[in-house]
Design a protein around this ligand. Structure first.
Ligand code: GTP
Ligand code: MG
Ligand code: ZN
Length: 293
């Protein structure tokens, strides 16, 4: 049976990308839906060709599943924030990074709308996150600055673009894949209408291998189900010092002889980051009582 990748899932119809590189509109057998729950963008599916389009017979086991945005089998999250309009919030950026740790994903930070700010301010923000251990790309979907650097991080991977609405996720994907709207045109005329305000996830193949997934913007980041390991993955600069704490189980909150708090006092870890860490730790403890330190 041939296998395809779900590129879009709207109103009970799945559009899949076939091995031959063609788009095929499908419906799923009832038992497939019951067994797997919802079919989501990024799923690999086996299908048969019927007279009315394709019929999905099975969903291949998923490598991973992200709930927000809802997408399967991704390697990397490209977290997009605008440098201006909308103004970035350090708290929201850190919250997004944490929310994405529900599955172990590589996070690439992309600060867009570089054309709207002073270069120096953009570089200060980029250096701040780089010093914590993140990879950062500065881009402008308007001037195409940063295009090549962004692309160099995307080849061969399935990258989901996420972030608040209006930051330029779709604009960036149009920048790197100008014929993306050609593909959307073939998918559904209905969608063309919402092109600048994304209503549903859409997977777009890259010319030289890999995929990008455009998703609708959101700002409500749910921390439900995240554990302490996820928290430490979101704060690598804190994780890096944890082994020097007096107590192995140190949560770096109220414990004495805490190497993390000492690093904060000495200015080696930004106070802003530590405050966000403490705030999220308290939230996780309230939402997931079994995670209480
Ligand atoms: N000046 C400037 N404007 C940009 C840039 N990138 C995007 N925009 C504009 O910002 C607005 C929002 O861009 P979109 O690509 O629709 O944003 P989005 O993140 O996809 O938003 P949602 O689909 O709602 O989540 C549009 O008017 C774009 O033209 C940029 O680099 N510079
Ligand atoms: Mg969009
Ligand atoms: Zn500690």
């Amino acid at each position: 049976m041939p296998v395809g990748r779900v590129v879009q899932n709207i109103g009970g119809f799945q559009t899949i990308l076939t091995e031959e590189g063609e788009l095929l509109t499908c419906t799923a057998r009832g038992r497939v839906k019951r067994a797997r729950g919802e079919i989501v963008v990024g799923d690999l599916v086996s299908y048969v060709q019927g007279p009315q389009g394709g019929v999905i017979e099975a969903v291949e086991p998923r490598r991973n599943l992200l709930r927000r945005p809802l997408v399967a089998n991704v390697d990397q999250a490209v977290l997009v924030f605008a440098l201006h309009d909308p103004e970035p919030s350090l708290l929201l950026i850190d919250r997004f990074i944490l929310g994405l740790q529900v599955v172990e994903l590589q996070v690439l930070l992309c600060f867009n709308k570089l054309d709207l700010v002073r270069r120096q301010d953009a570089c200060t923000l980029a250096r701040y996150y780089e010093s914590l251990g993140f990879t950062v790309v500065l881009t402008s979907a308007l001037t195409h600055e940063g295009k090549r650097k962004l692309l160099s991080h995307l080849y061969g991977l399935c990258s989901v673009f996420c972030g608040p609405s209006g930051v330029g996720k779709s604009a960036l994907i149009n920048m790197i894949r100008p014929d993306a709207d050609l593909i959307t045109g073939e998918i559904s005329p209905k969608l063309r209408r919402g092109r600048h305000t994304t209503k549903a996830a859409r997977l777009i193949p890259l010319g030289r291998g890999g995929f990008v997934v455009d998703t609708p913007g959101y700002t409500q980041v749910d921390l439900m189900g995240l554990d302490r390991d996820a928290l430490l993955r979101a704060f690598p600069e804190i994780a890096a010092r944890a082994s020097d704490c007096r107590y192995r189980s140190c949560a770096h909150l109220a414990e004495p002889e805490c190497a993390v708090k000492e690093a904060v006092a000495r200015g080696l870890i930004p106070t802003t980051r530590y405050n966000h860490y403490a705030r999220f730790a308290a939230e996780l403890a309230a939402e997931n009582p079994w995670e209480r330190p």
